[in-house]
Design a protein around this ligand. Structure first.
Ligand code: IMP
Ligand code: MG
Length: 185
């Protein structure tokens, strides 16, 4: 039942909490198989991945460590500007590391195309891209995720870490925002 003031802005639920839990467990199991014995580095792309990241690392009981990078490309609009800016850089040397990049959503592909190149120049041994959501309709860069939780239609989604204008990240499911919420912005 939709109750909170925040939830009044949600048009419909796209992925429920139960579906998220089940799929994240599957992704964790796949990563466990793939990285056994390799001590990978989970690298979350802030801010959007922070909820997914906490669930994913706990669903994958590998010897591993975590790191974050914060980037932005959007401002407060709902369409990518195409430019990616690093707001908080890596705090460690990633030379020779097997990276598991954890993203909230792969949309235009600008962010991940930029980050993949960036991490390769920093000496990563391998890069595996895990995205919770994939929105292939709007891809501008030839980039695909190695693992993806759910494919979503070309609608603006929020919740489970994803925001609109920094809000709605704490909604526990993935929902579509009512267009009037961002109309005219
Ligand atoms: P890309 O660079 O266009 O692939 O976009 C990646 C980033 O844009 C994601 O990490 C999100 O932060 C943001 N983004 C793209 N689509 C959505 C959406 O539907 N809702 C919320 N954020 C989005
Ligand atoms: Mg975002």
């Amino acid at each position: 039942m939709m109750r909170s003031e925040m939830e009044q802005d949600i048009l419909k639920v796209l992925v429920t909490e139960e579906e998220l839990r089940a799929r994240v467990a599957e992704l964790g199991a796949e990563l466990y198989e793939k990285f056994q014995g390799k001590k990978p580095l989970f690298l979350g792309v802030l801010k959007g991945s922070f909820v997914f990241m906490t669930d994913l690392v706990r669903s994958c009981q590998l010897k591993s460590d975590v790191e974050f990078i914060a980037v932005s490309s959007y401002g407060n609009s709902t369409a990518s500007s195409g430019r990616v800016k690093i707001n908080h850089d890596l705090q460690q040397d990633i030379t020779g590391r097997h990276l598991i990049i954890v993203e909230d959503i792969l949309d235009s592909g600008n962010t991940l195309a930029f980050l993949k190149e960036y991490f390769l120049t920093k000496g990563a041994a391998s890069i595996t891209i895990v995205t919770l959501l994939d929105k292939p309709a709007r891809r501008e860069k030839a980039i695909t995720a190695d693992l993806s939780g759910f494919t979503v239609p070309d609608e603006f989604v929020v919740g489970y870490g994803l925001d609109y204008a920094q809000m709605y990240r704490n909604i526990p499911y993935i929902g579509v925002l009512k267009p009037e919420v961002y109309a005219g912005k």
